[in-house]
Design a protein around this ligand. Structure first.
Ligand SMILES: Nc1nc2c(ncn2[C@@H]2O[C@H](COP(=O)(O)OP(=O)(O)OP(=O)(O)O)[C@@H](O)[C@H]2O)c(=O)[nH]1
Ligand SMILES: [Mg+2]
Length: 581
């Protein structure tokens, strides 16, 4: 077979080919994982683009002098298979009265061109079958016959407007793989909308096109031909050759059209395939049309990718804000004194006794200090129950914070289409669980509080080791001092005391005064700040684990790199001039 282009031209397109491969590699993942905007349309556009790269642009550029592929497309029953058999002069593909008849495409080629099509560069997704009988759906049947001239292969496709979805999609895929479309329609169907949708796509992509109007009753030949010509003009397709075949009485079911009726089409095809220049013209037209279309289609996908990126960021922000709000709530719960009520307060009063001390609060600090020191000296360690009450108060604050944050995050996601879709795909069971803290949280909260208590005791120990404090600290005991610091954490911030906050019994003021009596007020402020900061950090770390259940769903998504997509399209655009003019 004579090459369409010289070997030199083939080599020149190498840069373009590798730019296209680069673009193709950018499209390999699920680029549109979130339900944002018309994501179904975005996914379809992506699939079409991938299809055209794989099925046409890449193989065609890799072997620019391969034979022409003409795909015969149109509505079911239009006579596509009949036309292919008639052009070949042999029954190579099945025709029939059942609609639709053709389910698996059949490709007919001259044996000299056969290897090009039996290899899987063209339409790599379709396994090849040969031999008699119709091909199985999902395969590409290849028939080699010397009846067809070298340089051109005919592909009999399923119907474009099939009731069978797989048929429809396959027809579109096959048309995107073609150098040339042979569009078959009939007097009854030529004005249908679906074929015109395809024809407009062909025009937009400058795909080489021939139109065959079949089964036109004698009396309608003139008006129908005129009307179709008008439609072609209106759709900017007047340049495409139009072949008209009148309605013929076929002698039997699988009969072919008489040779004189298809001679013009045959001659036209032969002229395209026999003449290297004409063939090159067809390839160049369709190839550059497809390449030009990338300049619009890829940026549109890049925009859709940007919408995805924004959407992922928004969902992430919602989850993070939900847990930030939770953390603020925890801060508020630490300082509003609510932890020092009920059981904690009762145990505290058991421990310290209130009457005398409360009355003493009004008195001079110096006096108070002596008095307090006297009171606390030799006092037994606080009841373990006080510690337990405080622990469980902090634990339940942590649990409530984690539950509330989870509920907020889940609700905010469910309120957006993309969040709802993501949760649905993650499984309803998961979504239900996401609305509460993790099952491990209560145990983690207990550990966290214990570790924090350990930290506070260490703080108190090192402060107590200071020689100015050592005697008083020792007399009071590390555990009691630790409890006082914890009380300080839960009841005083920025100079607002428990009394001012109306905390029952002035609990915190008392703890504060006791501590100050032992360590001095500056040291007490430092101790309290450190203890509070440490608890916050530990709780934040717990919430981070909780929050990660949401953000992990986003981390699993591959957010497309739209800049890389645009660059890849730009590179193709710049290298397009490598194509021979
Ligand atoms: N009388 C007459 N019958 C025709 C003509 N062309 C096709 N037929 C018949 O119409 C029926 C459908 O033709 P096919 O060639 O199978 O149609 P198709 O476009 O391949 O249909 P699908 O494979 O279903 O998409 C067959 O029974 C053919 O014999 C024609 O010009 N005249
Ligand atoms: Mg058919």
């Amino acid at each position: 077979m004579r090459p369409v282009f010289s070997g030199k031209v083939g080599a020149m397109a190498d840069g373009l080919l590798s730019a296209l491969r680069q673009l193709r590699s950018r499209l390999d993942h699920d680029l549109f994982p979130l339900a944002i905007g018309d994501v179904a349309a975005d996914r379809r556009a992506l699939k079409e683009l991938i299809g055209q790269l794989d099925d046409y642009l890449l193989p065609r550029l890799a072997a620019i002098d391969a034979p022409l592929l003409a795909v015969v497309g149109g509505s079911t029953g239009a006579g596509k298979s009949t036309l292919v058999n008639s052009l070949v002069g042999a029954n190579v593909t099945k025709t029939g009265v059942l609609r639709p008849t053709t389910l698996a495409p059949t490709l007919v080629a001259n044996p000299a061109d056969g290897p090009w099509f039996t290899a899987t560069e063209v339409l790599p997704g379709l396994p090849r079958v040969t031999g008699r009988g119709p091909g199985e759906p999902g395969t590409l049947k290849i028939v080699q016959t010397p009846e067809l001239p070298e340089g051109l292969a005919l592909l009999d496709a399923p119907d474009i407007d099939s009731v069978v979805t797989a048929n429809r999609e396959l027809a579109a895929q096959l048309l995107a793989a073609a150098d040339l479309w042979l569009f078959v329609t009939t007097a009854a169907r030529y004005a249908d909308e679906v074929p015109w949708g395809f024809l407009r796509t062909a025009r937009e992509r400058s795909t080489a096109l021939g139109i065959i109007l079949q089964r036109v009753p004698a009396e309608a030949l003139d008006p129908v031909t005129k009307d179709l010509s008008r439609l072609l003009r209106e759709n900017d397709l007047a340049d495409s050759p139009l072949f008209v075949i009148p309605e013929l009485q076929l002698p039997q079911e699988h009969a072919r059209l008489p040779e004189p009726n298809v001679r013009k089409i045959k001659d036209w095809l032969t002229s395209l395939s026999a003449d290297a220049k004409a063939r090159a013209e067809v390839v160049r037209q369709t190839l550059s049309g497809a390449l030009d279309s990338l300049a619009v289609r890829v940026p549109a996908l890049a925009e859709a990718a940007d919408r995805q990126r924004l959407g992922v960021g928004e969902l992430r922000g919602m989850a993070e804000r939900s847990y930030d709000v939770g953390m603020s709530g925890f801060d508020e719960g630490m300082r509003d004194g609510s932890l020092l009520r009920g059981e904690v307060l009762a145990r505290w009063q058991d421990f310290i006794g209130t009457g005398d001390l409360m009355r003493s609060l009004e008195s001079r600090i110096g006096w108070l200090r002596d008095r307090l020191t006297a009171i606390v000296t030799g006092r037994p360690a606080p009841d373990r129950r006080l510690e337990v009450a405080l622990e469980s108060g902090v634990e339940s604050l942590i649990r409530a914070t984690a539950d509330g944050s989870a509920e907020r995050a889940l609700e905010s996601w469910l309120a957006t289409p993309s969040g709802r879709d993501l949760l649905e795909r993650a499984g309803v069971a998961t979504a239900g669980r996401l609305g509460r803290a993790t099952p491990e949280l209560p145990a983690r909260a207990i550990t966290t509080v214990r570790e924090w208590q350990g930290y506070v005791l260490d703080l108190v120990r090192s402060e107590g080791a200071d020689k100015r404090n050592v005697a008083r600290a020792a007399s009071f005991g590390v555990n009691s001092l630790g409890l006082l610091v914890m009380f300080g954490v839960f009841a005083s911030t920025g100079g607002v005391t428990g009394v001012e906050l109306g905390i029952a019994g002035g609990t915190s003021v008392l703890s504060q005064k006791l501590l100050e009596a032992i360590f001095g007020d500056q040291a007490v402020r430092n101790l309290t700040d450190q203890a509070r900061g440490d608890l916050r950090a530990r709780v934040r770390a717990l919430l981070d684990i909780e929050q990660a259940r949401f953000t992990a769903l986003l981390d699993d998504l591959e957010v497309p790199d739209s800049a890389a997509l645009r660059e890849a399209a730009q590179a193709v655009e710049e290298l397009k001039r490598e194509l021979p003019a």
